[in-house]
Write a protein that binds this ligand. Structure first.
Ligand code: M6R
Length: 609
């Protein structure tokens, strides 16, 4: 849940570390800190709050040196404070550690270390790493880090720098992301690739239980039991510009606008025209495996879970696979009925969400085949699943997920049609019709994004409303839940997402002039029923904001405001309907003056349970 960065090279490390942290700030922003080796002394600077606080703190006294580490924190153990901010040091300040993850056995280790005379200066779990390395250090830093890592339980990606090793950074990883960037005469370590994208695109993905030794010209890898390992160097296609805001006021708005491209990229190589057959390289399932599946279990959290909820309707009706839904944090503790005919459909933008990974491992342990829909290449979910289908949305920096969501639904649609053909559960005509519709989606999203003045006007009118109700039916129940999540997440207005038919079983009591309802009223088999649900709300003085098809005239009689979207098949409509719900949340938050990309109390990637 934190961001770590390390630099070793010929340049001044401080600005490179700060720039890396700026690109990792989405991972947490309770405090930030850097440590740079200046001469033979490690200079540590920390500040509570966002990175800007650290930048002000070092304005007139930035540490100088060519090797250093940095950290941006999302607090787990110990409140946000300067003392608890990383980097943490050993007793005498000869070595520093930055860490992402949770050391589950830190209390026991801390007691043992205190018993041996170590003095602690923070409440964090991380500090035990610094003292463990100090305890094991006899001049061989790699060996000391290896010995320390062997004693840790929980999750970690950490980097250690020692004042007597001016040409060495040592890192270790288990269950928390860590990547190595290989430059020319300089090398990098980070939680995520954008941290060093301005400097290099050459990347090593570090595996679990692996140690990295990094000097200016090389990286070497070994397992925790000391065996050296050869790793494959990857060249990423993202450029630094792609990870920047590209002229938009916020990353979220930029990412909303990137959806036509992201959706096209996600189809690329899998469908080459509206008539082409779908191919899914990397799926990790034979045709026989696909025919044998008798149940799919969804493993996902938050927005990714909503993508699955929309996809469930497709998978059930077109591939005839029963889909069991539960958020990952519940699924893993529920003794789910899973066997070797179960497909665990793992959906995660980051590929590092702790609950999702744990539930995926549990499903695998029970014999399920795991298929991951992931955005972050080389992430834990991507490496551990039996099959991987990437979403190719590019880096998603805003905490509120947008393009990951629509591309996840796109991949589920591709999987459904692929499965449906192999299982013989979809008629050739329906298959052809849906492929044609799917092919048009990026263009339709583009069309919507070319004019959404209506959304901005509605956001302005309602940005001080007491609450929002989001209602939908069928696949658009997912739109309702996602709409409510987005508003809560960035606008901090209470919102509920409901199956429209459930309103009269309780929530309709909440309707009054201070509660506006967003109704997903695009064409579908329950359209008339939804209109009745809308009328019930209107009769109780609730305003209705309808998201409806361009040609729908019926809705004019019932809605106070209408956001018109391009028409598509009901199964695919949540992809298009996502755009207005994202924009509505964005503009409501903007009119309320919120800091949209980094909403309070949240972090982009939830790598703790
Ligand atoms: O990286 P993941 O897709 O696994 O993340 C799952 C959720 O944490 C994420 O979708 C979260 O709900 C978003 N911030 C919502 O916008």
């Amino acid at each position: 849940m934190c961001g770590i960065v390390g630099y070793i090279g010929e340049k001044n490390a401080c600005p490179i570390l700060i720039e890396g942290l700026r690109r990792l700030e989405y991972r947490g922003y309770d405090s930030a800190g850097i440590a740079v080796l200046s001469g033979d002394k490690i200079d540590v600077k920390k500040a509570t709050g966002k990175l800007a606080a650290l930048e002000s703190a070092i304005e007139s006294c930035a540490p100088e040196g060519k090797i250093g580490v940095g950290h941006t924190r999302w607090a787990t153990h110990g409140r946000p404070s300067d003392e608890n901010a990383h980097p943490h040091t050993d007793c005498i300040g000869n070595l520093v550690v930055v860490h992402n993850g949770i050391i589950e056995n830190y209390l026991r280790l801390k007691e043992e270390l205190i018993g041996k005379g170590h003095e602690f200066s923070s409440e964090t779990d991380t500090e035990v790493i610094a003292h463990l390395v100090e305890e094991a250090y006899n001049g061989d830093l790699v060996e000391a880090v290896r010995k320390a890592a062997l004693m840790l339980e929980g999750s970690f990606a950490f980097v250690v720098m020692s004042s007597d090793k001016p040409d060495l950074l040592v890192a270790a990883r288990r269950h928390s992301p860590l990547v190595v960037g290989i430059g020319s005469g300089e090398n990098f370590l980070a939680s995520d690739i954008p941290a060093f994208l301005p400097f290099t695109k050459k990347v090593y993905f570090v595996d679990d239980d692996m140690i990295v030794a990094l000097d200016r010209s090389s990286a070497s890898f070994m397992t925790l039991d000391g065996k050296s390992v050869e790793k494959e160097l990857f060249e990423v296609t993202w450029n630094a510009e792609m990870a920047e805001r590209g002229g938009y006021e916020h990353f979220m708005l930029k990412e909303i606008h990137e959806q036509p491209v992201a959706l096209r990229e996600t189809m690329r190589g899998r469908m080459s025209s509206e008539n082409s057959k779908i191919t899914l390289e990397g799926i990790g399932l034979t045709d026989e495996d696909i025919r044998r599946i008798n149940k799919a279990v969804v493993v996902a959290c938050g927005t990714a879970y909503h993508a699955a909820l929309a996809g469930r309707y497709m998978l059930e009706s077109l591939a005839r696979i029963p889909v069991e839904m539960d958020v990952a944090s519940e699924l893993r503790y529920r003794e789910p009925v899973i066997d070797d005919r179960t497909l665990a459909l793992v959906i995660t933008q980051s590929g590092e969400t702790a609950d999702t990974l744990a539930a995926m491992r549990e499903a695998k342990r029970r014999g399920a085949k795991t298929l991951a829909i992931v955005n972050a290449v080389g992430s834990s979910a991507a490496r551990e699943a039996d099959g991987v289908l990437y979403t190719y949305a590019g880096p998603e920096i805003a905490v509120a997920s947008t393009k990951a969501y629509t591309t996840q639904m796109m991949v589920i649609a591709l999987i459904t049609l692929y499965f449906g053909r192999i299982r013989g559960t979809i008629s050739p005509d329906r298959d052809a019709e849906l492929r044609r519709r799917l092919w048009s989606i990026p263009e339709q999203v583009d069309l919507f994004l070319s004019d959404y003045e209506a959304v901005i006007n509605i956001a302005e009118k309602y940005h001080n409303i007491g609450g929002f109700m989001y209602i939908g039916r069928g696949p658009n129940l997912a739109s309702a839940l996602e709409g409510a999540l987005k508003i809560k997440e960035i606008a901090y207005i209470h919102a509920e997402g409901y199956a429209a038919g459930e309103m009269k079983h309780g929530p309709i009591a909440m309707i009054d002039p201070n509660m506006a309802t967003v109704a997903f009223a695009t064409a579908g088999r329950t359209y008339e029923k939804l209109i009745s649900n809308i009328q019930e709300i209107k009769a109780r003085s609730g305003d209705i904001i309808a998201i409806a098809g361009r040609r729908d005239e019926i809705i004019n009689n019932y809605a106070d405001h209408i956001i018109r979207v391009p028409e598509t098949d009901e199964m695919l409509s949540p992809i298009i309907n996502a755009i207005p719900l994202q924009l509505l949340a964005y503009y409501v938050a903007k009119f309320r003056g919120h800091e949209i990309d980094k909403p309070r109390n949240l972090a982009k990637s939830v790598t703790v349970e």
